[in-house]
Design a protein around this ligand. Structure first.
Ligand code: SF4
Length: 462
């Protein structure tokens, strides 16, 4: 039995609960927020648990091994809730969206026939229509995993509803790089950049709603080449310059970038736009050229080093974060040591590192030359030891400095607020609630691997 109440003419006045469980990256967090907005006109309001929901959406991520198995296990739990609700005379629509839906659409229909709706990341602008369709099918699952001819962004409501002082804004989606370990080109499709005006409109709405920091999102964000108001393609640097003209927008960040796409326009933006924060997430994955070639990364270790040099000469206080994969098929001890050398030489303020694991459907998944699990674990331990030390050293170097901190939320303790430094360090500070949302000067007195602590500097304490 499906929910025909959705079709009632008075549906917009009927309050129904939607619960979205979001897996994976910031892009999925952004997508989930847009789904909530899209569903509001149907009378859906977000609820905190699936127990209270009339519509449950799993917004999935396919980046890790066994991602799909986790989704099937979660679906089993939600199915039990759905049956319990049916026994009480209620109904629940169960939907799977995101990258697992894109990659495994047909298999989901097979293994979890109780799912009402499966939709890919490029289809969610059609969510209201799909939900209504799912409520009408009388048991059959609605499947929409097409890559539409028209970009979904043209069909999303203008101006994402912002909550808080920081917001994500997707400017670019998909990827044409085809790194051999990555599913993104298959699940998100070809690289697409939103027009500059569309991005500005969304940023304008966000700033109007109180946002002071925007993080521009894209799977390969610095491949951005959106159409500008002059009809020409603009790069990410040009977009950032334009955004910096918005009164009230005090901080701009972007993620995730590719070393081969750091162009002169972006470097110049780092040199000349004070709102662009001096912190860049620039994945390298490996320090060995043979491994980088096998990963189809389209850059060498040397190009990575030179790119970092260009960024640092534009902005001497620029800090870096990165992604590393150890134990890629065929990685020798010497190649792993080259990764350690590169990390040691660059010095990262933060980093994410993983053991290589096969992602089904990617070219690397068919390579059999596996590095033994014990070797992968050992290499990961060694690399993480180095990266953690670098992160702690970077944080400890902040002690005694006065940093501008954007206060984002209350801390765990009474009278404490938490914010971010320009270098994206989490900072805990004793400050009155009234300062929330403001940028204050904080004298840093403590540092750990993951955060800083301090007190309001004199001018701000007044
Ligand atoms: S550049 Fe990034 S998103 Fe694109 S294929 Fe490589 S890892 Fe995936």
């Amino acid at each position: 039995m499906k929910d025909d109440a959705l079709l009632r003419e008075d549906a917009p006045d009927v309050v129904k609960g939607v619960f979205i469980k979001t897996y994976g990256c910031q892009m999925n967090v952004y997508d989930s927020a847009r789904m909530i907005e899209l569903l509001a006109p149907l009378g859906f309001l977000p609820v905190m648990t699936p127990n209270d929901a009339d519509l449950v959406i799993l917004n999935t991520c396919h980046i890790r091994e066994k991602a799909a198995e986790k989704v099937y296990s979660e679906l089993g739990k939600i199915h039990r809730l759905k049956m319990a609700k049916a026994r009480r005379g209620g109904t629940m629509i169960l939907a799977v969206g995101g990258c697992v839906a894109q990659a495994e659409g047909a298999e989901i229909l097979d293994r979890a026939p109780f799912v009402d709706l499966v939709f890919g990341p490029q289809s969610y602008h059609r969510l209201p229509e799909l939900v209504v369709q799912a409520s009408r099918t009388g048991g059959a699952t609605v499947l929409d995993t097409n890559f539409p001819a028209e970009p979904k962004f043209d069909h999303l409501p203008e101006g994402a509803k912002a909550e808080g002082v920081t917001a994500f804004l997707t400017v670019q989606e998909g990827c044409d790089k085809f790194c051999s370990f990555c599913v993104v080109p298959y699940t998100r499709g070809a690289e697409y950049s939103r027009p500059v005006d569309q991005v500005l409109t969304e940023a304008h709405h966000a700033v109007g709603a109180g946002v002071r920091e925007i993080t521009l999102l894209g799977q390969n964000v610095n491949a951005y080449h959106g159409e500008g108001p002059d009809g020409k393609d603009w790069g990410l640097g040009g977009l950032i310059r334009k955004l910096a003209e918005l009164p009230g927008l005090e901080r701009i960040r972007y993620t995730t970038s590719h070393p081969a796409d750091v162009d002169d326009g972006l470097i110049a933006a780092h040199r000349e736009v004070p709102q662009l924060m001096p912190f860049v997430h620039l994945p390298v994955q490996s320090g060995a050229d043979r491994v980088l070639a096998a990963m189809n990364r389209r850059h060498t270790a040397d190009l990575y080093r030179r790119t970092v040099d260009r960024l640092r000469s534009a902005r001497s206080d620029l800090a870096l974060s990165s992604d590393f994969i150890v134990g890629f098929p065929g990685e020798s001890e010497e190649e792993f040591l080259a990764t350690l050398d590169l990390a040691e030489e660059i010095g990262f303020a933060q980093a994410f590192s993983f053991k290589y694991s096969r992602r089904p459907g990617t070219p690397a998944a068919s390579v059999v030359d596996e590095v033994p699990e014990s070797v992968k674990s050992y290499r990961l331990d060694v690399l993480q030891g180095l990266l953690k030390r670098q992160q702690r050293d970077f944080n400890e170097a902040s002690i005694g400095q006065v940093l501008p901190v954007l206060l984002e939320k209350p801390g765990r303790h009474d009278g404490q607020l938490v914010g971010r430094s320009p270098h994206f360090q989490s900072v805990h500070v004793a400050a009155p609630l009234a300062r929330l949302g403001g940028i204050v000067s904080v004298l840093i007195s403590g540092a750990s691997t993951n955060s800083l602590s301090g007190s309001l500097a004199q001018a701000d304490a007044a």
